[in-house]
Write a protein of this length. Structure first.
Length: 338
């Protein structure tokens, strides 16, 4: 088995083991009682989650040129599918982006334009999440007595901001992927192979062209931030359904810093264990008991399954239909040639 797959499997097993340990340590009877108390309304959480993803899809659509835009309904499905692939499959949170580029290209968007839109969208998401995390940190400073957690979060943000700024500059002005191709050729001898597979200079050109559309970037950022705060409303709704409503500012804290922790642990499939441990720590900061914090985390896992599994199935159906259409065209062309 390749080393990467071994590490992914080990991280998955470690995360699963940590999740099981935390649930048992805090009392699985109490946690299940909270989930049972919420009842069938928890099944509405997938519908609530579509709202922030819909706002993300609006943001993504702004990055596509008007003649090349696809329907907002298709982009919403594609954004949901990207999240499902990253959450449920062992792809280190990048497989969803690859799927997004591929299916956007199949929908008629030029492949390099599709790839550039996804890369810029991911970069803007990173910047928006930093702003959102900063909002959570401000709330944390105002509510928590344990300054050590605040210091760790602040160090993370201070380290991340310059890195994100440099990454943005390289993307928009510095021909990032052409430079990566040059470095890979110099140190790994892989530049020629990359040049045969993809024209990185063309990709850089498409990225810089998107960054040149200032109003589009501003609107994309606006809708992304709107999606993040809509996600905080979803957190508030989940606690309300569990019978323990929390203030909206607590929901912003949990969503913002929880997302930051899960993004930092991108190598753990689905953020298993990391999400649960993070919500335990952050929940304690705002007066949420460990059993309630874990019930919330499991409710979110339930939402991921209820929404993600049908999405993966729809992806299979979509691909199967395209293959059948392609096969029929090939058969029709053969019969016409005869």
């Amino acid at each position: 088995m390749p080393r990467g797959k071994i590490l992914t499997l080990l991280s998955f097993l470690a995360g699963l083991g940590l999740t099981v340990y935390l649930v048992r340590a805090e009392g699985w009877h109490e946690i299940l009682a909270l989930l049972r108390g919420a009842g069938w309304p928890l099944l509405l959480l997938p519908l609530a989650h579509i709202v922030p993803i819909f706002l993300d899809a609006i943001s993504w659509r702004w990055l596509l040129d008007r003649p090349r835009r696809v329907s907002l309904l298709f982009l919403t499905w594609l954004a949901l599918l990207r999240e499902a692939v990253n959450a449920l499959l062992p792809v280190a949170r990048i497989g969803g982006e690859v799927v997004g580029v591929r299916l956007l290209g199949k929908a008629g968007v030029p492949l390099y334009t599709a790839a550039a839109s996804v890369l810029v969208e991911v970069s803007l998401t990173l910047a928006s999440q930093l702003v959102f995390t900063l909002a959570g940190l401000i709330i944390l400073l105002a509510t928590i007595a344990d300054r050590q957690i605040v210091e760790y979060t602040l160090v993370f943000l201070l380290a991340a901001f310059p890195a994100v700024a440099v990454f943005f500059w390289l993307q928009s002005r510095g021909r990032l992927f052409a430079r990566l191709q040059s470095l890979s050729h110099r140190f790994l001898g892989a530049g020629e192979w990359l040049a045969r597979v993809v024209d990185l200079a063309h990709l850089d050109h498409e990225i810089q062209r998107i960054y040149g559309r200032n109003w589009a970037l501003l609107w994309a950022n606006f809708w992304q931030l709107a999606g993040l705060f809509a996600g905080a409303v979803e957190v508030w709704l989940t606690f309300w359904l569990l019978g323990h409503p929390i203030p909206l500012w607590s929901a912003v804290l949990l969503e913002s810093l929880g997302q930051a922790l899960r993004s930092a642990a991108f190598f753990v499939p689905g953020g298993l264990g990391v999400q649960e441990g993070g919500f335990l720590l952050l929940g304690a900061a705002v007066g949420i008991g460990p059993d309630l914090a874990l019930a919330f985390s499991l409710a979110r896992r339930l939402r991921e399954l209820l929404l993600g599994v049908p999405l993966l199935g729809s992806w299979y159906i979509y691909e199967d239909q395209r293959w059948q259409q392609r096969w029929r065209r090939q058969e029709a062309s053969r019969e016409g040639a005869i």
